[in-house]
Design a protein around this ligand. Structure first.
Ligand code: HEC
Length: 225
């Protein structure tokens, strides 16, 4: 805006100078009486051109300010949002595009996965049953009783007949030679029900105490299962 006015005023000023000098060269009397008018004319346009030059300078600095703040804003954006967000957006778009693009393929692969899963589940169930049975047997020795606690129960209830170490001597047989002493299950059965001259302990000892002492017999005395 001010730039245009600057050029107009400057143009008029320059044109006036040319006209005045041409006119002056051709007419000896010039400027003569017209001298004040010529001076005012030049003064007006000189001042106007100068003013608009200054105003235009201000305009430009404002524009520069605006441009600078815009640029710094963009820089700031680039810093905070960064290229990663864009990349994420692109990735998300790509994903949605894929799933939309091949619905059939995905469904079928899902179905396959389900089939596989159910198959695996069936296998796992079969294995689980077998495993449970095995564990049930093993659990009687491993997880069933606590042989350390069983040792206490043994010395208080069994050593009177089977001896302190279970090798017999006081009317009870050497347990290392007895078939039911070889496994925890067998020992539990014998201790709970008694038999063959041995009293039953099902009424006097708790289930846990019987399990513990059976574990002690099978693991520490006979070193059975
Ligand atoms: C009153 C004496 C007596 C006491 C107490 C006693 N037993 Fe016996 N126990 C016997 C006799 C007798 C036998 C032999 C039974 C037989 O020949 O069938 C026996 C057998 C056993 C057997 C082997 C059974 C078989 O047929 O293989 C085990 C195991 C056993 N006792 C564990 C224990 C434990 C554990 C205790 C303590 C909780 C205990 N007994 C307490 C007298 C005793």
């Amino acid at each position: 805006m001010h730039e245009t006015l600057f050029f107009i005023c400057g143009g008029i000023l320059a044109a006036s100078a040319v006209l005045v000098s041409v006119f002056g060269l051709k007419n000896d009397n010039f400027p003569g009486k017209a001298m004040p008018a010529v001076i005012v004319w030049f003064a007006i346009f000189a001042v106007a051109t100068g003013t608009f030059a200054v105003l235009h300078g201000k305009d430009e600095s404002k524009e520069h300010d605006a441009e600078y703040s815009k640029a710094s804003e963009e820089l700031h954006k680039a810093d905070t949002s960064g290229p990663f967000e864009e990349a994420e957006l692109e990735a998300a778009e790509a994903e949605s595009g894929e799933s939309e693009g091949e619905p059939g393929a995905e469904e079928s692969s899902e179905a396959e996965a389900e089939n596989e899963e159910s198959g695996e589940e069936a296998n796992a169930e079969l294995e689980g049953e077998g495993g449970e049975q095995l564990e049930g047997e093993a659990g009687a020795t491993a997880a069933g009783g606590n042989p350390e606690l069983g040792a206490v129960v043994f010395s208080e209830n069994c050593s009177t007949c089977h001896g302190a170490t279970g090798h017999g001597g006081n009317g009870g047989p050497d347990l290392t030679t007895m078939p039911l002493a070889q496994s925890e299950e067998g020992a539990i059965q014998q201790v709970t029900n008694g038999g063959g001259g041995m009293p039953p302990f099902g009424g006097t000892l708790s289930e846990e105490e019987i399990e513990n002492v059976a574990a002690y017999v099978a693991q520490e005395i006979t070193h059975g299962e």
